[in-house]
Design a protein around this ligand. Structure first.
Ligand code: SAM
Length: 220
């Protein structure tokens, strides 16, 4: 598998024609979907041991969780939270769906509910990592991408810095365009082929020679 990962194929050759309309609708209308109940319970467990005065770094969609543990080295004074919905992916580092490794906690949970709970409890995210989110490259799946999701306005509002990496340039372009509609600038760059690797998926993409895009957006 390593070095043999197929490139993302999509009929979209640029940002989705309906992106602006979707983002503006989410900006202008509050999202009232019910919270994901198992995530509420997981969050309470995490919060009970969380130091709310330490900087908070979140690795959303952390997969196996190795990236979250690695990010602890980049953020020496922070508490880290890795979130993934997949029990299978978390089986090694959080076999019971919740585990603490030094300053990093790994939690099986639904990401949008975690974002809503953090905001509701006044827990601002210092750095939010979105590392190789599922690209959902079919045009009809626009709303499954983070910037097309109803949680996007809150995702932006509650994070001082967002760092996205993806191997689909259109995803990064759309994210930047959607952030713009919410008054937030974003810088996008293509990473050098030998640039550091933060995640297991990224290692595979680098070995396969994929372009890797990084987008950084700081609160003004
Ligand atoms: C393509 S993988 C990338 C994993 C990891 N960030 C990496 O780069 O190795 C995307 C991950 O996001 C997780 N995910 C997708 N949607 C999620 C959601 N709504 N809540 C929690 N995790 C989610 C999936 O389970 C999967 O592990």
């Amino acid at each position: 598998m390593e070095g043999n990962s197929p490139e993302i194929v999509s009929p979209q050759t640029g940002p989705h024609a309906r992106l602006d309309e979707v983002v503006q609708r989410h900006r202008d209308h509050a999202w009232r979907a019910p919270l994901h109940a198992p995530t509420v319970a997981q969050f309470a467990r995490w919060q009970a041991g969380h130091d709310r005065f330490a900087p908070l770094v979140v690795d959303l969609g952390c997969g196996h969780g190795d990236s979250t543990l690695g990010l602890a080295e980049r953020h020496a004074d922070a508490r880290l939270l890795g979130v993934d919905q997949s029990a299978h992916r978390l089986a090694r580092l959080a076999p019971d769906g919740f585990a603490v490794h030094g300053r990093a906690a790994l939690m099986r949970a639904e990401a949008a509910t975690v974002l809503r709970l953090l905001a509701a409890h006044g827990l601002r995210i210092d750095v939010l990592y979105l590392l190789y989110p599922n690209p959902w490259p079919k045009p009809e799946h626009l709303m499954r991408r983070w910037h097309g999701h109803p949680v996007f306005p809150l995702l932006l509002a509650n994070a001082r810095r967002i760092l996205l990496r993806t191997n689909w340039g259109t995803y990064a372009d759309e994210f930047a365009q959607a952030a713009h509609w919410l008054g937030r600038a974003a810088d996008r760059q293509v990473l050098a082929p030998d640039a550091d690797v933060l995640t297991l998926f990224e290692r595979k993409y680098r070995s396969s020679g994929h372009a890797r895009f990084e987008l950084v957006s700081d609160d003004a």
